[in-house]
Structure formats: C-alpha cells, structure tokens
Design a protein around this ligand. Structure first.
Ligand SMILES: O=c1ccn([C@@H]2O[C@H](COP(=O)(O)OP(=O)(O)O[C@H]3O[C@H](CO)[C@@H](O)[C@H](O)[C@H]3O)[C@@H](O)[C@H]2O)c(=O)[nH]1
Length: 461
C-alpha cells in the first residue's frame, strides 16, 4: 500500500473510497461533505450516482464521478412520501446489477478500492459488497435517535400500531414504551399514511445496516449520549460519530438547487435576532389551506420573517398564487421576504436570525444547533418526529406546533420563541450545545478523535 504521513497529520494514500449517495438533496449534500472530509484526509474519492438528481461534477473537480448506467427512476416525482417509498424500492431493485458492474470494473482495474460507503437507504447493496468482498460502510443521514426509532418497528408491530389512529390517540401525550421520547400522538405521522410500506423500508434499512463493517454518523457524541448506550448494545458494528459534517468546510456548497443570495442584503437591514427563518426542507409539501394558515400566522405575529417556499411545494399551485393580493406589502406590512431556495447555512449564521421554523429534517436540525438558533418544529414524517421530540422535550431548544398549521397557535408559538422569557431559556440551552458542537471538532474532541479512528479503520480495510 502506498502510504505516507505528512507533517500535518494528513495521510497521503492512493486508496480509493467509493461512495454511493442516495439521490435526494438531504442525502447527497452531507454525503458530498463526507467525501470532502475523507478527501482532506488523503483518500481519493469516486462517486457512483444516478442520473436522477445527479450531483454537478464541475463543483467537485477533485472527485471521480461515475453515472450508474441504465437506471430508471428519472420519471418519479418525489413530492409525497408514497412516492419516496416507491423510489427507494425502484432504485434498490434497478441499481443492484449496474452498481455491481461499476464496482467490479473498479476492482478489476486495480484502482486501490479500500471500502464502499453507501447511504443506508441503499439497503440492498450489502449483497453486492459481500459478493465482491469489498467492506461496506453505511452512512446514516439522520440522528442516532431516529435510527433507534426505526429499529423499534417490530415492537410497534407487536403493539398493534399499524392501523388508523383514533382522534383521541392523535392527541395523546402518553410516551410510547420503548420509543421514548416519542409520544402516541407522533405515531401516525412517524409511520406515514402508508404504515406498512414505510415500516417495511425502515426494517430493510436497519437490517441492511447490521452486516456492514462500520457506520458513519453525522452527529456528535455529546448530543446523543443517552442513545449511544442502546446503539452500542443492540448494534455491535464499528460506529464513527464524526459530525457535524457541514462545519468542516463552511464555505463548501453541495446543494443541487440554486440558492437566492439576495435575501442576505435584506437580512443585513434587520435588527439582531429579530427574524424568523421558515423552511421545510427539500421534500415536504403543504395543502393550500395550510399554506394560508402559515402565511396568516407569520403576518399576525408581527415578527420579521424570511420564508422559503419551494415551487411546487403547495399542492395544486406553481408558487405563491394562493397568497392574498398584497400579502407581503399590505398584510405583512413589509416585514417579510420570500425566496424559492435559500443559502440556509449562511442564513442561520446571520446575526439577524432569532428563530428557525423547520420540518425537523436532520440536516436542518443540526445546522440550527450549530448556529445556536432555537426552533419551532413542524415534523411531517419518519425521522422528523424523533428529531422534533428531542428538540422540544429532551434538549428543550425549541417548541413543537401541536395542532398542525393553525394561525392562532403559530402566532403564539412565534412569540414564545422569539420574544418571551421561554425563548431566552431555549437560547441559553442551544448556545451550550453550539459550544459543544464546536469543541467536538477541535483536536482531542469527540468527532475529531472519531475521524482519526475512521481513517485508521479505512486504511486497515
Ligand atoms: O432553502 C433552503 C432549504 C434547505 N436547504 C438545505 O437543504 C438541506 C435540507 O435537509 P434536511 O433538513 O435534512 O431536510 P430534507 O431535505 O427534507 O431531508 C430528507 O433527508 C434528511 C436526512 O436523511 C431527513 O432528516 C429528512 O427527514 C428528509 O426529508 C439542509 O442542508 C439545508 O441547509 C438549503 O440550502 N436551502
């Protein structure tokens, strides 16, 4: 093996890490961040990718990109969870052969492949890695807590949770035994409108991870200390917690969508900590009636807001058509700014931002923690439920919207987070976590040390 250690501690190696990101924004972004982290440690990077939602190779000239040939899936709209479930099956079925061919070719070329890092949603590729005797390392894109909730699906099945929930259950504050901090009222959203389909995939992902040689996590030890005990007990893989990924190279842009940077000069004109940033990530959609409740709640709160409305995210509309005439100027009295897609990390770091109303996707949650911005949580499915529960009930750095989208509640929750004493306490707690997130990446910190171990592990593969 060609290996030298430089004066900076970087390992210069000819070894290649082959990576297979899952083709959705919230998955590709952190996978490319991880690719950059490993590249900075001296590894060569080869990215296998679908043509559907392909990353732009010109943004990453130091990587080798190989499109997976002959894969369908390009025609799948991904605007609802039903299709996301279908997408995962289609991709896992159709990609297996072509992925095997690509990997086999790399091996036959004696390219120095050390390991195969794949998103956990590529649950079927373990067979390919085993067949070709390449160590597979799984990258889990959400929290440890979410993973453990997914792993508890058999328990939920045993408890008879795969049915329609009554209105009473949808309001129940009772904790779900074995899935704490989830509450009974979280379950219908956690399992989506297709509980059988969603839970089957959760099980496939969890089972697919078990035989992997190692798992890489975009989180940090101090954030999920309690869950780690259970993780190590139930999943004796090698675990490397090296997050938050996006803090390694803050200027790096991996987004698939074009960001509107003009909002930054608008933010520059706002008072410190006065603006609520509102974004529900790259997948969540709302009904027109919910969209209007959000709009009225924002306007009635009298708080400045920067709102990301992805085109197509309001069902039945192209973009802002359902808003009443003069919404921004007259109803919101000039306090609001709306964009199609934003430079989110830059926004969360801006001095004018005082709160983040989010769908509790893991990347958004972690980015908010790292900038010390308290959250309002509107989770819509899957991992977002445990993430939101941690934010509101465990870390106590945010508030959940209990009644979906209802303008009165929205107005009062915005005031609670942005203005009230309560919000200041959340702010103190999240600043404490922000400090921990910074420390864990410094020399001797938990993620720093775990990354050193990961590098040694890959070199030993
Ligand atoms: O205007 C925007 C809005 C978002 N982002 C970025 O897009 C990413 C969004 O990721 P995330 O918050 O995780 O949300 P989703 O896009 O919804 O991600 C999917 O993937 C995540 C990782 O598995 C899961 O946690 C989510 O539930 C799932 O919906 C983040 O990095 C944001 O910074 C922007 O750059 N600009």
């Amino acid at each position: 093996m060609d290996l030298t250690i430089t004066g900076t501690g970087t390992v210069q190696t000819s070894r290649v890490v082959v990576m297979l990101p899952y083709p959705l924004e919230g998955h590709i972004n952190p996978m490319l961040q991880l690719a950059n982290i490993l590249h900075s440690k001296g590894f060569s990077i080869t990215v296998l990718h679908t043509r559907f939602n392909a990353p732009n190779p010109t943004n990453h000239p130091h990587f080798n990109f190989i499109p997976i040939p002959g894969v369908a899936g390009d025609d799948l709209p991904v605007s609802d969870t039903g299709n996301l479930i279908r997408l995962m099956h289609v991709l896992n079925d159709e990609c297996l052969g072509p992925v095997r061919d690509c990997l086999e070719r790399l091996l036959s070329e004696d390219a120095g492949v050390a390991c195969f890092v794949t998103d956990a949603q590529w649950f079927a590729v373990q067979k390919v890695a085993d067949g070709l005797k390449v160590p597979r390392v799984v990258y889990w894109t959400s929290s440890v807590s979410a993973f453990l909730s997914f792993s508890a699906v058999p328990l939920l099945r045993h408890m008879g949770c795969f049915r329609r929930f009554s209105d009473e259950e949808k309001k129940s504050e009772a904790l779900v035994t074995g899935l704490e901090p989830l509450k009974v009222r979280d379950l219908s959203k956690f399992l989506t409108s297709d509980p059988e389909g969603a839970s089957k995939l959760m099980e496939l992902m969890v089972q697919g991870m078990k035989p992997a040689q190692a798992v890489i996590w975009n989180t940090f030890k101090e954030l999920e200390e309690l869950q780690l005990v259970n993780l190590h007990r139930d999943f004796p893989n090698r675990h490397f917690l090296i997050g938050p990924f996006h803090k390694y190279f803050p200027a790096l842009s991996t987004s698939l969508l074009t960001r509107d940077e003009n909002c930054i000069s608008w933010l520059d004109k706002q008072a410190p900590k006065s603006v609520l940033y509102v974004s529900f990530g790259s997948l969540a959609g709302v009904e027109e009636s919910q969209f209007l409740e959000i709009a009225w709640g924002l306007a009635n709160s009298k708080q400045p807001f920067l709102w990301v409305v992805r085109p197509g995210s309001v069902k039945g509309s192209e973009w802002l058509e359902p808003l009443p005439d003069g919404f921004l100027e007259r109803i919101a009295e000039g306090r609001g700014y709306i964009v199609k897609w934003a430079p989110q990390r830059k926004i969360l770091a801006h001095h004018s931002i005082g709160g983040f109303w989010t769908h509790s996707g893991w990347n958004s949650t972690l980015e908010s923690v790292c900038e010390g911005v308290p959250m309002i949580c509107s989770p819509s499915f899957g991992d977002q439920l445990p993430n939101a529960r941690n934010v509101s009930d465990v870390w106590k750095i945010g508030v959940e919207l209990r009644n979906g989208f209802e303008r009165g509640e929205i107005e009062s929750v915005i005031k609670r987070v942005m203005v009230d004493e309560d919000g200041l306490e959340m702010k103190d707690r999240i600043m404490n976590l922000k400090e921990k997130a910074n420390l864990c990446l410094k020399k001797g910190g938990s993620s720093y040390s775990s990354l050193e171990d990961l590098v040694k592990f890959i070199l030993s593969c």
